[in-house]
Design a binder for this molecule. Structure first.
Ligand SMILES: *[C@@H]1O[C@H](CO)[C@@H](O)[C@H](O)[C@H]1NC(C)=O
Ligand SMILES: *[C@@H]1O[C@H](CO)[C@@H](O)[C@H](O)[C@H]1NC(C)=O
Ligand SMILES: *[C@@H]1O[C@H](CO)[C@@H](O)[C@H](O)[C@H]1NC(C)=O
Length: 779
């Protein structure tokens, strides 16, 4: 989000005006900067100590309802003043006691200083940095998602109170991780719409919900982005700024939209961000069907729609979507955009109104949504120190509890992909020396991924492992690109150690925003180093892959000398401690892959730009994700081992479900393959599935039960899709019962070719682990 915006800002300001501004403000410049640096109090409006008049303003009257207060404020503003409030760096209206407000803050996995609204200073030098989202998602634990959101919003409020952070956060990123090459896949909860929906709504609740539970108030405001079908950054020169995502109605409605719908409806999010790309020829931020129609009309967003930075400028300048900038301004506002990240609307909206392209009432609507959000945050309630959260401060950031949750999140997400008998867990008493090898073995910043902040502190993998045993560290490669591996030193270390841990993988130099991968192989000589070290090793060899996206590591999967494989995502500030917890068995691994790991041949064959989820037999296109792709995989969505042996048994599951259609329903007299999921008779039709889960091993631990269904093959439906998941904790040699409530319309339905939800009639195959159960849906 940042790159283009900063370059746009630099390009935009003509040198002459900058110079003049500089001259005028020169005499007070030093004063201003001193004040900014020394700022330790929050920005807010309606400060009665500064302006006694505020008591008389309706918008400052906390006894009035939000709508009335917002209406009062909008009524007082001139057109020019309103326009100050539709851009991220909002202007001030000093005659009404309204200070400047910066809308752009980020909190993807901890309070971040990527947006200009948040800074770290000596007062708050860092904030708790949780694992990158893709790893947290792998925990499949919705309470954890919410718990992290809650800690992040507490730290955000604490920083706001000392003038270091905003109240509006443009997180989370809930785009589907559709293609393994995507540089921003790391920021997302993975490839499955249900998982992305649960992640998004849980994290948003954690960020937004106040302790009192009053839905009209916000702790901080979250934002679900990037709406919609956005997942190409820069692949072989094809850039997000001009990419036209060609998406079928069916894929849009059953893959790309569900996380956003859930975020708005279940999460009650305060904002949605439209993306850079076009969808079927239209820039998303200028599409009235997608914005006003779906987000506000169908889903009833209670909040504001913001553009990516600076996607309004992009749709005019790069996409040439309109002839004039005024038309672009009018189009996006009329489409339902409320706030522009960037300055485009600040520059061209007044002229658009003067030209008659747009009425002031449309701007009233936009600022009303923006002010209502600030109102819910308490921005217009006067002194924040007298409000809820007003007592939070620097002491509430990076607390031991918060940092322990960062470690716990990494532990819960780490995925054990391979484990030969006698390999993991390593015994911290039997192992006298451990060889720790690899370019990611002693990294710090790599562990926190992108959209990061400054963490409280780091525990590197080497530091984590060294806490338990004596280690011998050999980098093996100078960086993750690993042009030339130093194989000999690494082999020597492995040959003389009781066990070897190789910490390999990648970092932001290989996958990041504006940079997609082209290969799924480990870079450079990493495979050579791994294979040679394994050959030379005396003891078990543990391969640790640190990355956002998956790899074709078939060479390691099939190498008997490599006895264990762990995927650790980008595990956050405490990542090294969590890795050691898993390796030494202080934590029994319970993470599951949130995305498919494909063979290299997949990306050789499939252009990243083909948005189709479904396979196309006519041209050999294989389809995408576990829901549609039937080809060979390296690892699959949901894969992940435990140190225990877990078994499942179905304790309760119906064999037949009947949808009680009315007597005169058309499907009673003629053969139907499916019925509408909105039929009155299908509503509230639900049944229970009970699964007995047994831990047959001695290690206690957590285990995720997945309930998948394979519907009858009508409407090009997925071969398999996730209906529900539940993470449970089990002591050694114990069992528990997991209950799923399956809603026939909601959970068993599929989206047809036109985007309608249908329940297929006939045999649905339910899967729990390796169990399969046949369920007939009839009428
Ligand atoms: C502005 O408002 C007038 C009067 O209600 C209406 O006729 C006109 O169509 C509106 N213009 C735009 C661009 O919406
Ligand atoms: C490992 O990284 C830490 C933190 O950057 C550093 O202090 C330490 O010296 C490194 N250890 C080795 C053996 O290089
Ligand atoms: C889910 O996460 C929460 C928060 O860390 C934790 O207390 C709980 O034990 C986890 N659930 C399972 C089943 O591991």
């Amino acid at each position: 989000m940042t790159t283009l915006f900063s370059s746009v800002l630099q390009n935009r300001a003509p040198k002459v005006s900058v110079f003049i501004f500089f001259l005028i403000s020169l005499h007070c410049l030093s004063l201003i900067s001193v004040r900014v640096l020394a700022q330790t109090s929050p920005v807010f409006a309606c400060d009665a100590t500064k302006d006694p008049q505020v008591a008389s303003y309706g918008f400052c009257d906390t006894k009035l309802g939000t709508d009335a207060r917002v209406a009062d404020l909008v009524h007082r503003l001139t057109l020019q003043e309103k326009i100050l409030f539709i851009v991220n760096s909002a202007g001030s209206v000093s005659r009404l006691g309204i200070p400047k407000y910066e809308w752009w803050s980020e909190a993807l996995h901890g309070v971040s200083n990527v947006g200009p609204g948040t800074k770290f200073t000596s007062l708050v030098p860092g904030a708790t940095s949780f694992p990158q989202v893709i790893l947290t998602a792998a925990s499949f634990n919705t309470s954890l998602y919410e718990a992290i959101g809650k800690v992040v919003s507490t730290e955000a409020r604490a920083m706001y109170n000392v003038g270091l952070a905003g109240l509006t956060y443009w997180s989370p990123n809930i785009n589907i991780f559709r293609d393994p090459r995507w540089g921003r896949g790391q920021e997302t909860p993975g490839e499955d719409p249900l998982l992305a929906s649960k992640y998004g709504s849980s994290y948003v609740k954690g960020l937004q919900q106040t302790d009192g539970g009053d839905p009209s108030r916000l702790k901080v405001a979250a934002c679900c982005k990037h709406y919609t079908a956005y997942d190409v950054d820069n692949w072989k020169g094809i850039e997000r700024y001009t990419f036209d995502a060609v998406v079928t109605q069916q894929d849009l409605d059953d893959t790309f939209q569900p996380p956003f719908k859930s975020c708005v409806i279940d999460g009650n999010v305060a904002s949605v961000m439209c993306s850079y790309n076009k969808v079927n020829g239209k820039p998303t931020c200028a599409d009235p069907d997608l914005l006003a129609g779906v987000i506000r009309g169908q889903w009833k967003l209670n909040g504001y729609i913001v553009s990516d930075c600076d996607s309004v400028d992009v749709l005019f300048k790069n996409q040439h979507y309109t002839k004039t900038p005024e038309e672009a301004a009018a189009k996006v506002i009329l489409a339902g955009l409320d706030l522009n990240c960037g300055s485009f609307l600040g520059q061209h909206t007044e002229a658009a109104v003067k030209a008659g392209l747009l009425n002031e009432s449309a701007i009233d609507k936009a600022v009303t949504n923006n002010f209502a959000t600030l109102m819910r945050l308490g921005f217009f309630d006067g002194d924040p120190s007298k409000q809820p959260y007003g007592k939070l401060g620097p002491k509430d950031v990076c607390t031991p509890e918060h940092q322990e949750l960062a470690r716990e999140a990494a532990r819960q997400g780490i995925v054990l992909l391979k484990n030969s008998p006698g390999s993991l867990p390593l015994s911290p008493t039997a192992i006298k020396t451990l060889a720790v090898i690899g370019p990611n073995a002693n990294v710090t910043k790599t562990m926190i991924g992108n959209y990061e902040g400054i963490p409280c502190k780091y525990t590197t993998p080497l530091q984590g492992l060294t806490t338990s045993v004596a280690t011998n560290y050999v980098p093996g490669c100078t960086n993750v690109a690993c042009g030339t591996a130093q194989v000999d030193d690494a082999k020597k270390a492995a040959a003389s150690a009781d066990a070897t841990v190789l910490v390999m993988g990648i970092d932001q130099s290989q996958e990041r925003e504006s940079f997609d991968r082209v290969s799924l192989l480990l870079p450079g000589q990493q495979p050579l180093l791994i294979t040679e070290v394994a050959k030379a090793a005396k003891g078990p060899v543990i391969l640790v892959i640190m990355s956002g996206g998956g790899f074709d590591i078939s060479f390691a999967k099939n190498d008997d000398k490599i006895t264990s494989i762990l995927w650790v995502g980008y595990p956050g500030e405490a990542g090294g401690a969590a890795i050691a917890d898993v390796i030494f068995g202080y934590y029994n691994p319970s993470g599951r892959l949130p995305m498919t790991w494909y063979p290299q041949s997949y990306v050789d064959k499939v252009p990243m730009t083909n948005m189709n989820m479904r396979p196309d037999p006519s041209n050999g296109y294989p389809g995408r994700t576990y829901r549609f792709y039937t080809g060979e995989t390296i690892y699959t969505f949901g894969d992940g081992l435990s140190y225990s042996k877990i078994t499942h048994e179905l304790a309760k599951a119906p064999r037949l479900v009947s949808i009680p259609l009315e007597e005169d329903h058309v499907c009673r007299s003629s053969e139907c393959k499916s019925v509408e999921a909105v039929e009155q008779s299908c509503k509230n039709l639900a049944f229970d599935i009970h699964v007995r889960v047994q831990n047959r091993g001695k290690y206690g631990g957590s285990h995720t039960v997945f309930l998948f269904s394979s519907p009858p093959s009508v409407h090009n439906s997925p071969q398999k899709h996730l209906l529900g998941f539940e993470k449970v904790s089990l002591t050694g040699k114990s069992e528990t019962l997991v209950r799923f409530k399956v809603d026939v319309c909601k959970d068993l339905s599929v989206v047809d070719e036109l985007g309608s939800r249908k329940v297929a009639l006939g045999q649905h195959l339910l899967h729990v682990g390796s169990l399969k159960h046949s369920l007939t849906v009839g009428i």
